[in-house]
Design a protein. Sequence first.
Length: 67
Amino acid sequence: MQASYKKLWKLLIDKDIKKSDLLSLAGISSNIMSKMNKGEDISMDSLRRICSALSCDIGDIVSFEEK
């Protein structure tokens, strides 16, 4: 199974937040953003930071899909 961050990208559009703004809001690195763009796994800490910055739950930003 592969992580899909489509829900996160849609949420950012809905909240009118740019990916670059998310970096500073959540305190994550550009490396983390690069991994998400590729659908790679990231740490639970990074997911927690993103959820906290966007006031959402993990299910609102990531899902898992068959490859």
